[in-house]
Design a protein around this ligand. Structure first.
Ligand code: ZN
Length: 448
């Protein structure tokens, strides 16, 4: 079966409800950039797809960075003198400043205050805050909760460890016909946040599942890595092989109700940039394409000038542009099944174009070939789209001079890629078109 076949056969509604149910299993896990939360997450991914889990020791130099100590947290709380837990990690892992050093002390509310983080503009929500590279401790809570805290002495405890261990990441490789790779990456370092982090993990996992058992043209490498340091670590360990990466996407925030957004690679005109733009243009819904900027997800690392990989970022509403971003309101209710399904379908559509794109040569380039004699007009579909397919045939013949790929044909003709791909298949079958790599010069063609 082909990617197009897989995409056509996929029941998106069922896929989305499966993805959401699976995200509910991942949701309670306290992830961070290192530690058992990442391992537990990857073990759930491994139940779905073949995954290799890598452990990189703390202290390993990775370019200008160092793999940090491993953080694990068992419990965290703030308790009144009466023994009432006013902040409790067990009710939400967002309550602990992610990466906190351990603490166990008694202190006044005044002394505690600098360690408490709230969101006054959304007083019911708990913010998600991190402290990875400075040895700090703290708690996050709703502003309403903070305002109800009375003066007095509190017992505070963060039962955590920050010690030498490992940075953990997962990798799933789908072998294709060539060693040229498509890189797909999602971050796995956020605790109970659904759209930011879990939607990307779910999309990539189900995408890898959809590709399993196929023999695609490209090989596919799926990375499940902690943000920033995970990408830096992966690049440091795989520097010698990055030349195989021909296209790539970082996938994040793909489940909210907002429109699809694509952030272009640093190159801006890479094939992946054009392919995603093409898919979004023909998807029949509002979308946004934004230029690269060195701020965002791990495309920052993949596109850094020393690598300059053709990797864009596939999202719905970008980070920081939805109010629930990095708060307790980014929960499973924020993720819309239809949006998740739509994102999965578009990702498959992108792969379908990448897989199907190629450059061809018209074997009958002197004037139009006589299509009717070859029965090609009879092959056209129903009257409604007959004109479309005819145009696709003519455009494909017209631009197949060994210098234009099928995506060029689709863009210039305004046809969806699938129609152009279908036209190329039919023309090839009838000996009117051949792969430019097989036949580099147009037979009988006149070269300037
Ligand atoms: Zn985030």
């Amino acid at each position: 079966m082909t990617i197009a076949g897989v995409r056509a056969a996929l029941d998106l509604e069922t896929a989305a409800s499966e993805m959401l149910a699976w995200m509910a299993d991942l949701y309670p896990i306290c992830r961070s950039i290192t530690g058992d939360g990442v391992r537990e997450t990857l073990s759930l991914v491994k139940q779905q797809i073949p995954l290799t889990v890598h452990e990189v020791p703390s202290g390993t130099p990775v370019f200008d960075w160092t793999v940090p100590k491993e953080w694990n947290v068992r419990d965290a709380w703030v308790e009144t003198a009466d023994g009432e837990r006013v902040i409790d990690f067990r009710t939400s892992n967002l309550h602990v400043l992610n990466g906190s050093v351990p603490v166990h002390a008694r202190m006044s509310l005044e002394a505690l205050r600098p360690h408490l983080f709230t969101l006054p503009e959304h007083p019911d929500w708990v913010p998600y805050r991190t402290s990875y590279y400075a040895e700090r401790w703290g708690f996050c809570l709703s502003h309403n909760r903070l305002q109800r805290l009375r003066e007095g002495e509190y017992e505070v405890c963060i039962d955590a460890t920050l010690e030498n261990g490992h940075l953990t990441y997962g990798e799933c490789y789908v072998q294709g016909e060539t060693s040229d790779e498509v890189l797909l990456s999602a971050h796995v370092c956020h605790p109970s946040l659904a759209n930011d982090n879990l939607s990307g993990i779910a999309l990539l996992t189900f995408l890898a599942r959809a590709l399993a058992g196929l023999r695609p043209r490209y090989s596919y490498r799926f990375l499940f890595i902690p943000g920033t340091i995970g990408a830096i670590t992966w690049l440091a360990l795989n520097e010698a092989h990055v030349g195989r990466i021909k296209h790539g996407l970082v996938v994040a925030c793909v489940g909210d109700a907002g429109r699809s957004t694509y952030k272009k690679s640093r190159r801006g005109d890479a094939e992946i940039d054009r392919v995603v733009a093409h898919v979004l243009r023909h998807a029949g819904a509002a979308y946004e394409i934004v230029d690269f900027s060195p701020y965002g997800y791990d495309e920052r690392q993949f596109c850094s000038p020393g690598f300059d990989l053709p990797v864009g970022c596939f999202m719905r509403t970008p980070h920081g542009r939805f109010p629930e971003y990095h708060t307790s309101a980014d929960d499973l209710d924020l993720v819309q099944p239809a949006a998740l399904a739509d994102s999965l379908d578009k990702a498959l559509a992108v792969i379908e174009v990448l897989e199907g794109n190629g450059t061809y040569v018209n074997l009958n380039p002197r004037c139009e070939p006589q299509l009717g004699r070859r029965g090609l007009y009879r092959m056209l579909g129903g009257p409604a789209d007959a004109g479309l397919d005819e145009l696709a045939l003519l455009w494909t013949l017209s631009l197949s001079d060994g210098r234009h790929c099928l995506l060029d044909v689709a863009e210039r003709s305004g046809q969806p890629f699938a129609a152009v791909r279908r036209a190329a298949d039919v023309l090839e079958h009838h000996g009117l078109l051949t792969d430019a790599h097989v036949q580099p010069h147009p037979a009988g063609g006149i070269r300037p």
